[in-house]
Design a protein around this ligand. Structure first.
Ligand SMILES: NC(=O)C1=CN([C@@H]2O[C@H](COP(=O)(O)OP(=O)(O)OC[C@H]3O[C@@H](n4cnc5c(N)ncnc54)[C@H](OP(=O)(O)O)[C@@H]3O)[C@@H](O)[C@H]2O)C=CC1
Ligand SMILES: O=C([O-])CC(=O)C(=O)O
Length: 263
């Protein structure tokens, strides 16, 4: 039996919780102060709901961040200082160099691992392996229904009421995309970290009113040859910004802590 702690208990964390196998137990939720009481009432007394790592009673075998970049930045260092391995989905936070360096430093001192999750896409293993030999070009296109972009910086770039066909509303680097669209460009940051870096990965973001799915398209070229991956992901019912595969990727990490053979 292994214990996990979730940082954040929103749409993704709920889905992961629902699907945890019997040998992996959610022992603690690290929640925002505004949601802690509601979450306590929702998940029952057997799971500790805390708002600060200082209040941790039971040290889990793994913490999985599903709270957005701010939650990650608030709690990650303290989690690592307790010697708890940390899985991260809000990968866009790595655009903050000081934060990224501090995380790596603390993890090294504590001898604890940080897992950057593949999230909503496949192929991160291939891109990362290919980068060891040399990658010349990596392009990521994120295509979602306009409703999935609402509430983000895209509101200033898209005329939602008159949108009848797909538009590319952002072209830039992964660093720019992750900073401007923190809830929608974690995949861009992950591809960049696995491949040619945040400043050399090209990102195009597209609003497409004809879509029901989130489409992630990755193209990479290098010494290994060429790679092209197209993902057509169903969003989570609770949150159209988040592809369900991102939740399954967090679930996979939870399952892996109790597996001797890993794939
Ligand atoms: N790598 C990838 O492929 C993907 C990554 N993501 C990342 O995953 C995150 C979670 O997605 P999703 O569950 O759909 O988002 P939700 O908005 O549904 O859930 C986020 C949860 O985190 C909580 N939270 C916010 N701030 C803090 C904090 N400081 N401490 C603890 N909890 C906090 C929120 O609480 P409250 O409601 O009180 O604010 C909310 O419950 C996204 O924000 C995004 O960064 C998303 C999709 C794909
Ligand atoms: O879930 C997705 O489709 C991808 C996403 O939001 C992100 O990259 O942050």
């Amino acid at each position: 039996m292994k214990n996990v702690m979730f940082v954040g208990y929103g749409s993704m964390a709920r889905k992961v919780h629902e699907m945890l196998p019997k040998n992996i137990v959610l022992s603690t939720v690290l929640a925002s102060p505004r949601s802690a009481e509601r979450i306590k009432a929702e998940i029952g007394e057997s799971i500790d709901v805390i708002t600060s790592v200082d209040d941790l009673v039971k040290i889990p075998d793994l913490a999985v961040e599903m709270s957005g970049q701010n939650g990650l930045k608030e709690h990650a260092i303290k989690i690592l200082e307790k010697g708890i391995p940390l899985g991260i989905v809000s990968v866009g936070a790595f655009t903050d160099e000081n934060f990224a360096v501090s995380l790596a430093d603390v993890a090294e001192v504590q001898g604890v691992k940080i897992y950057i999750l593949a999230g909503a896409v496949a192929g991160i293993d291939g891109i990362n392996a290919a980068s060891l030999a040399g990658l010349s070009d990596v392009v990521y296109q994120g295509r979602k229904h306009p409703s999935s972009w609402k509430g983000s910086h895209a509101d200033q770039l898209i005329d939602y009421d008159n949108l009848v066909e797909p538009i590319v509303f952002f072209t830039g680097t992964a660093r720019e995309a992750a900073a401007l669209f923190p809830d929608n460009s974690n995949v861009a940051a992950t591809i960049a970290l696995a491949g040619v870096g945040l400043d050399d990965t090209t990102v195009e973001l597209i609003a497409d009113p004809t879509l029901e799915h989130n489409i992630h398209h990755i193209m990479a070229e290098g010494v290994f040859g060429k790679l092209e991956i197209s993902m057509t992901g169903l969003p989570l019912a609770e949150n159209p910004k988040t592809s369900s595969l991102a939740a399954f990727s967090a679930l996979r990490l939870c399952c892996q802590i109790d597996q001797v053979i890993q794939i």
